[in-house]
Design a protein around this ligand. Structure first.
Ligand code: SF4
Length: 446
């Protein structure tokens, strides 16, 4: 008989991190040293003026604090919840060097931005009309960030979103424990309130359509993200679920959301942990199978510790070899036992088959979270690609083609470095500035 682990309470009650009370926020803000040339600001990819917003919290100017945050990062409420702060701002806080705990920047940011959301305050307005029209394709963090900046500058902005709801990964890919759908949707509303037209269930089909819209709009920003989880080439692979799809179905309470009792998740990144956590919140047992060891996992350390607390099992040095079915239903995953060999060109030790018997992991579902499909000649809209990513000039987010008014940013362009919400927000901001500079030049030449 299967023994089920109880679901920890924190997996069944709202957001995993509690909100700060006003008194807690002011106390925490008063610990900040308000450093000049602050290390936390340097470590924030969007360069929020952190000492400034924390000082405003300490003086009970919470709306001002939120405005300071959103000036640099329009998705401040999302980033307050999903940023790996231990690796970024909080990790850089000088308090770490003083044998003190760092300032809780992420929770303070959430306190300020939630205040704005709860009070329905609109800190920004659309700029004076420039008469220029911009199409943004994709409404994830890069697309929304760009759309907000472009609208603040006065351009007329339309966003196309292929799914039913806007917000991209914030809406569909981040588990509710970290960010409820309502927060993502409120940020979408804030972009709409700047006059941005968001058209859902509307996708860019192909390169021909891209060339067509590039003629009708003064500029086009592609914030397309990446594709589905790539297929695994093993027997029974047709029974494997896409981890992002699974998280999305459960998060949006889709009628298609499956119910499992015992899942095995293949992967070692944050999405693998999120898929396993989602299964745990649904009452299932969850095991993560990874062909290397904990030391080579790409998930943030905090996420790994979180997963361990959530009762997720880890099986290391196990590479998927076959999905086993019984009467057409998944009943297990056969894994080849691995060992670690020499490091590859990126310094990561390679997994090589060990001389050991295969391992069978009993389960009723196998979920894959092993990255996302990149672009190829067929899916890349006829644009120049570099290693499957859209090839943009680094600072300007411009794609070097004959379509000089087409720009791109976000995960679709992230050839190096980790894809993350905050990096996508910054990409959108940079692209919006590049687009505005391009449109200014057009006007001066025109
Ligand atoms: Fe405050 Fe730490 Fe930033 Fe200094 S580094 S301004 S103490 S949060």
């Amino acid at each position: 008989m299967t023994t089920f682990l109880p679901i920890p309470k924190f997996l069944s009650s709202g957001e995993v991190h509690p909100a700060m009370t006003a008194a807690e926020a002011i106390n925490e803000a008063n610990r900040c040293l308000y450093c000049a040339d602050a290390a936390c600001v340097q470590a924030c990819p969007t360069h929020i003026d952190i000492p400034e917003f924390i000082h405003k919290i300490s003086t009970e100017n919470t709306t001002g604090a939120a405005t300071t945050i959103l000036e640099e990062n329009f998705l401040g409420a999302t980033c307050a919840r999903v940023c790996p702060v231990a690796e970024l701002c909080q990790g850089a806080c000088v308090m770490n060097k003083m044998a003190e705990k760092p300032i809780e920047i992420g929770r303070l940011q959430r306190f300020a931005t939630d205040h704005l959301i709860e009070q329905g305050i609109k800190p920004f307005q659309a700029g004076p009309k420039t008469g220029k029209k911009v199409l943004v394709v994709g409404s994830g963090p890069a697309g929304l960030s760009a759309a907000a900046e472009l609208a603040k500058t006065g351009h007329e902005v339309t966003v196309w979103e292929r799914r039913e709801l806007a917000g991209g990964l914030s809406t569909y890919g981040i588990i509710t424990l970290r960010e409820p759908v309502e927060i993502a949707q409120r940020e979408v509303d804030m972009v709409r309130e700047l006059g941005v037209q968001i058209e859902t269930n509307t996708a860019l089909k192909d390169g021909e359509q891209l060339r067509d819209v590039a003629k009708h709009y003064d500029a086009v920003f592609l914030a397309l993200g990446l594709g589905a989880v790539p297929a695994l080439n093993i027997p029974g692979a047709e029974h494997i679920m896409d981890g992002l799809r699974y998280i999305a179905d459960v998060k949006t309470a889709s009628p298609q959301a499956p119910e499992f009792h015992n899942v095995v998740v293949i992967g070692a990144g944050n999405t693998a942990i999120d898929a396993a956590t989602t299964a745990r919140t649904q009452g299932a047992q969850a095991t993560i199978a990874y062909r290397r060891t904990a030391a080579e996992m790409t998930a943030f350390e905090d996420e790994y510790l979180f997963a361990a607390q959530a009762g997720i099992n880890f099986v290391f040095l196990a590479s998927p070899a076959e999905v086993i079915t019984t009467n057409g239903q998944v009943s297990g995953l056969r894994c080849t036992r691995m060992t670690l060999g020499p490091a590859d060109a990126e310094g990561r030790r390679q997994a090589i088959p060990a001389d050991e018997a295969d391992l069978i992991l009993p389960c009723d579902a196998v979920i894959a979270a092993i990255g996302q499909e990149k672009f190829d000649a067929e899916t890349g809209f006829g644009l120049p690609l570099n290693a499957g990513y859209m090839d943009v000039t680094k600072e300007l987010a411009v794609i070097a083609t004959e379509l000089d008014n087409v720009f791109a940013g976000g995960d679709a362009t992230r050839i190096t470095g980790d894809a993350s919400t905050v990096m996508a927000v910054q990409d959108g901001k940079i692209a919006a500035r590049s687009i505005s500079a391009f449109l200014d030049k057009e006007r001066d030449n025109g």
